[in-house]
Design a protein around this ligand. Structure first.
Ligand code: ATP
Length: 363
């Protein structure tokens, strides 16, 4: 398996800069996901790594060696696309064997096809054509075809986006299990942030051709580097605030002008009095009572019932706040003003220039 590294990779298509200065690395056997909105450059990065396109600037290295002069075949990369890209006139077995044409000995090829059918759970369906398979089975066949020639890197481009929600969840578990079992270095593309958090060792969050942050799922969720990451990953409340006073690591700020102050801890020297900041608070960390350190009052705008939980929407001096209610009965029907509270340690400040400032946990 291979370690893959991108260094300052830029790709332009005429006037459009599809990818700008992208750098990241994924270790041997690692699983990195590129996540971001449509058109942010995710597929372009996969195509550059596969060798279908060449970057205008930067380097792509496999195990520390540039592969820019190597054609796609030499890079030994397996790829799975959103739309399966199976040959419709070939059987499942024929599709899987397609990448094994260069393997000598028919018996060896057949053995490998059988291995792959078992690996992805398609035994008994080898004589069907792709049109005779369910969507999930087709995607398994595509995965088997990509893995058959023993690639050292697997690239997956939105492989689950054509499937329904339940099947997506099942297949993403299967992909992860297979990836671990084979120990194959994998780069995965999705626009679905939940899928990215669920499946990856590392998440690279992209916005308009740039990589905004690379980190573990927990890092990008709890310690977003930029406002974009904070709003794209998870359902965070990103509230505007103004710093009222700074005392070492302890910062007080207003979310509601002349309302009660909020207390947050940050690394010393990162904010100044009077500064405008953004405050990230996750909906599951807010309580609709006065039991935690920072207490405010909000106007209840509505409640959405979701089965296992509910969303309460509050108005906080003109800013919308989303609160996740798990088991608590929640506010009474018709109640207008509600008390809410949250801990300082669950607040995360994002400064305008994009540098996140971590609160001291447990402070
Ligand atoms: P999606 O999630 O919609 O697939 P993406 O994040 O994969 O999007 P890319 O397909 O990488 O985005 O495209 C990035 C940008 O580059 C887009 O603005 C796209 O229109 C442009 N682009 C991609 N390929 C080409 C091309 N061959 N010629 C011109 N522009 C291109």
């Amino acid at each position: 398996m291979v370690e893959v590294r991108l260094e300052g990779v830029t790709k332009r298509f005429g006037e459009v800069t599809a990818v700008e200065g992208a750098s990241f690395s994924v270790g041997e056997g690692g699983f990195l996901t590129l996540v971001g909105p449509s058109g942010c450059g995710k597929t372009t990065i996969l195509r550059l790594i596969a060798g279908f396109d060449r970057p205008d600037e930067g380097e792509i290295l496999f195990d520390g060696r540039s592969v820019l002069q190597e054609p796609p075949e030499a890079r030994r990369v397996g790829m799975v696309f959103q739309n399966y890209a199976l040959f419709p006139h070939m059987t499942v077995a024929g599709n899987i064997a397609y990448g094994l044409r260069s393997w000598r000995g028919q018996e060896r090829q057949q053995r490998r096809v059988k291995e792959l059918l078992e690996l992805v759970g398609l035994e008994g369906l080898e004589h069907r054509s792709p049109g005779e398979l369910s969507a999930g089975q087709r995607q398994r066949a595509a995965l088997a075809r990509a893995l058959a020639p023993e690639p050292r890197l697997l690239l997956l481009d939105e492989p689950l986006s054509a499937l329904d929600a339940k099947l997506r969840e099942r297949l993403r578990l299967e992909i992860r299990r297979l990836q671990r079992q084979l120990g194959i270095t994998t780069i995965y593309v999705t626009h679905d942030q939940e899928e990215a958090l669920a499946i990856s060792d590392l998440v690279a969050v992209m916005n308009s051709g740039r990589i905004e942050q690379v980190g573990s799922p927990k890092e990008v969720y709890h310690r977003p580097a930029t406002e974009f990451v904070a709003s794209f990953i998870g359902r965070g409340n990103l509230l505007e605030g103004k710093v009222s006073s700074v005392n070492g690591e302890r910062v007080e700020l207003w979310l509601i002008p002349s309302g009660p102050k909020i207390s947050v801890r940050v690394a010393a020297g990162t904010v100044q009095s009077g500064q405008e900041v953004k405050l990230l608070i996750r909906p599951e960390r807010i309580r609709l009572d006065g039991s935690l350190e920072n207490k405010l009052r909000g106007r209840l705008k509505g409640i959405e019932f979701l089965g296992d939980s509910s969303w309460a929407y509050l108005d906080l001096g003109g800013q919308e706040l989303r609160v996740k209610l798990e088991e608590a009965p929640g506010p009474a029907e018709g109640q207008e003003v509600v008390e809410l509270s949250f801990a300082s340690s669950d607040c995360y400040l994002i400064l305008p220039r994009g540098a996140g400032s971590a609160p001291e946990r447990g402070g």
